[in-house]
Design a protein around this ligand. Structure first.
Ligand SMILES: NC(=O)c1ccc[n+]([C@@H]2O[C@H](COP(=O)([O-])OP(=O)(O)OC[C@H]3O[C@@H](n4cnc5c(N)ncnc54)[C@H](OP(=O)(O)O)[C@@H]3O)[C@@H](O)[C@H]2O)c1
Length: 248
């Protein structure tokens, strides 16, 4: 009767030695060192995903490292940085890419003295960044089971919801991201890829000096639930952090 017990112990030992495969798949989150991105890394880890979190300065991304995520250097405005990230991830299927990195540099209503440099920088990070990342990681997402690109946009990118103006560069950057998402949804939906844009809520982060009405953890919890449940029927949709559809 001792033999089966020994066999079970040996089998358990062998199983423990095997590399762990994340049950839910792999998610890559840009700008994951703070704010909503960090909270997403925590929530996706909790939900059973293997998380790859990007940071401009990995050495300083201590909270991200503490989640157990694999940390990868990425500045979305730097083509060489994006190419190096893609090279390092060659052949790795990525189920979900979340383009979260973003900036909000213009908070005013100027025109005559509009700061064009900040408008250009906002478009470079919020619009060109996600497009560059999607182009670079397309093979990884295509090779995965889920095949999802989730783009963190904003209700500020909605034409219909823009009844109070302000923040010309930021609004334009998110509206253009929404447009790119729709184009890719049409062009690559037939390959089984899913492209969705999200408003994460008004979230207490550095971006608004903590002025939001929900915490990063609340936003990330909702987003994780909705993003991990996405399928082909959601392709080309615009949702908030709770899965409510928003007007364009
Ligand atoms: N907070 C809100 O209420 C709210 C509302 C609507 C939409 N959003 C959107 O949600 C996303 C996350 O915002 P958040 O509130 O979490 O902002 P946040 O706390 O300011 O964090 C922004 C993140 O983006 C990264 N980032 C900035 N520029 C980058 C670049 N060139 N390359 C790579 N990463 C870069 C930052 O990295 P560093 O630490 O290196 O700067 C940081 O990790 C953004 O896309 C934002 O537009 C936020």
């Amino acid at each position: 009767m001792r033999f089966p017990a020994l066999l079970v112990t040996a089998l358990l030992g062998a199983l423990a030695a095997l590399p762990l495969q994340a049950a839910e798949g792999t998610v890559l989150i840009t700008g994951a060192n703070r704010g909503i991105g960090l909270a997403l890394a925590e929530e996706f880890t909790e939900a059973g995903f293997e998380v790859i979190g990007t940071a401009r300065k990995p050495a300083k991304a201590t909270e991200l490292k503490a989640t157990g995520a694999r940390v990868v250097q990425l500045d979305v405005t730097d083509a060489a940085s994006v190419a190096a990230m893609a090279k390092g991830l060659e052949g790795v299927p990525i189920d979900i890419v979340i383009n979260n990195a973003g900036v909000a540099l213009d908070r005013g209503r100027e025109l005559a003295d509009l700061d064009m440099e900040s408008v250009e920088r906002t478009l470079a990070v919020n619009t060109l960044g996600p497009i560059r990342v999607m182009a670079a990681l397309y093979p990884n997402v295509k090779a995965s089971d889920r095949k999802v690109f989730a783009n963190i946009s904003s209700m500020m990118g909605s034409m219909e919801m823009n009844t109070w103006g302000c923040c010309l560069g930021y609004r334009a950057s998110k509206a253009a991201l929404n447009s790119a998402n729709q184009t890719l949804a049409v062009d690559f939906g037939k390959e089984g890829l899913t492209f969705v844009v999200f408003h994460p809520g008004y979230v207490q982060t550095d971006m608004n000096e903590g002025q939001g009405n929900i915490t990063p953890a609340q936003s990330a919890k909702g987003l994780t639930r909705v993003i991990s449940g996405l399928n082909a029927e959601d392709n080309g949709k615009f949702y908030d952090w709770q899965g409510k559809e928003l007007p364009w």
